[in-house]
Ligand binder design. Sequence first.
Ligand code: PMP
Length: 547
Amino acid sequence: MAPGAPTNGAVVTASAATAGPIPSTSSSPKPAEPEEPTRKPFGPGARIDRTGVALPENQQKAVEAFMARYLARTPKSKAFTADNRAQLADPRVVTGFKPLWKEIVYPIVADRSEGSKIWDIDGNEYVDVTCGFGANFLGHRPPYVVAAVQEQLARGFEIGPQHPLVADCARLVRELTGLPRVAFCSTGSEAVLGATRLARTVSGKPLIVSFTGDYHGILDEVILRGTKNHRSIPGAPGILPSAVQNNLVLEYGSPEALATIAARADEIAAVLVEPIQSRAPELQPREFLLELRKLTRERDIALIFDEIITGFRLGPGGAQEYYGVRADLATYGKILGGGLPIGAIAGSPTYMDALDGGSWQFGDASVPEVGVTYFAGTFVRHPLALAACKAALTYVKEQSPGLQQRINERTTALVERLSGFMKREGAPFKLTHASSWFKLSYPDDLPYGGLIFFWLRNKGLHIWDGRVAFLTVAHTDADVDFVARAFEETITEMQDAGLIPEPAGGRGRDKSARPPAPGARLGKDQNGQPAWFVPDPDRAGKYLRYG
Ligand code: PMP
């Protein structure tokens, strides 16, 4: 293979080949021509950038000093990664790679967890905002989930016979979502596969419409991009063009998308929607969805809501409740399993009956009337996952809707605090959010933007590069304050190190105006005079005057 050629499966990007002092955001230079074509990785695919950069001395020193601190804090995680590289093929271990910070490209290795916290094998404590990519909505090891799984572990985890827990789980999904029939599988991707197959079975039509920016899991046909003239192309190496031939990608929320769906309705089995895209959470086209519901109903197209992120999180009834739109089919995962692997499809009998032939009774002449398709898996309805699911959904049901409202409000407050800080400080980062998740982004031409994730981890925040972050039931006010301070300190330190821009025209920051202690914040004292305050170790969320 030629040097620099993309390796099989990995998405390799190139960024600016040289870097200099960082100017203000308003006058950032265009990045140098990439050495190889830039291809944005699909979804959370591994991000590998093999382009070297020559840094000015002050920046090189700042990066080296930071890396020394990072390495001193997490040597066991690094050694573990190095020791296992040969035997373990793992995209998460390489994502975020840049030659500049190669020595710190390794994931934190977990030792244990509880509530909002994770401890790594070096003994460091982290406030977790990755939260199982949204699965740990109830926190790590919620005691009622642990108890339920332990109890089931002691009774058995039989695969094959029917299990009583499946009835409880189906009832809870029905009650929370309002969708009458439920089927279980092991992952969100399987649920998406099942839902699209049901739509094609019942409609007899081939096409699945989805939208630019959606993520629907790892099936070949949902890892795709659409071209302007509505051609679909695979979104990752190893996926054949033929795998995405029956898929159409349109622009979410656009009138053109509705027009295209109307024009091609006779070919369309389903419109698959990520109702709030995890990576574009501010895009919430309610009117579009109401129109889409009307159109799909009129033209016998299944409306599938992929609620794997939104389900039980926006509120007990997920995105359908939030928008006031009833889908024909919806897919669930993540929160559903209280941290264990499980997925579900729920929907109307029109579609769900294609799994089992529909309703029939004992003792009369009734038979399963509906033609069925195939959907199965060795581990579907695994008793341990069902036990966790029942415990998790029971908790969600009992605590809703106050539970979600509280976490959603906390997330809004956190994002507003940080967005205000970033604006004041001219930091080139942006936070978007919906419900209880948020996403940090930065411009493509910011050469060290990705370093922020390392910097945050080094402050004890468990956050994954480029992924969505979550608040959960388990995060306290003190945790949220910790998250905010980690961001604020990181941005200040990266600016001081010259690694990210200062405000346009420079902020003329008087070095004496820097926090005198970690976490110190500027406020006003009793006389209205500016003063520094530090977190009170004895009272979470409260501050003491410093000095
Ligand atoms: N759909 C959406 C909206 C998701 O966020 C995800 C997972 N992040 C999936 C589908 C796939 O779920 P899983 O990873 O459990 O297969």
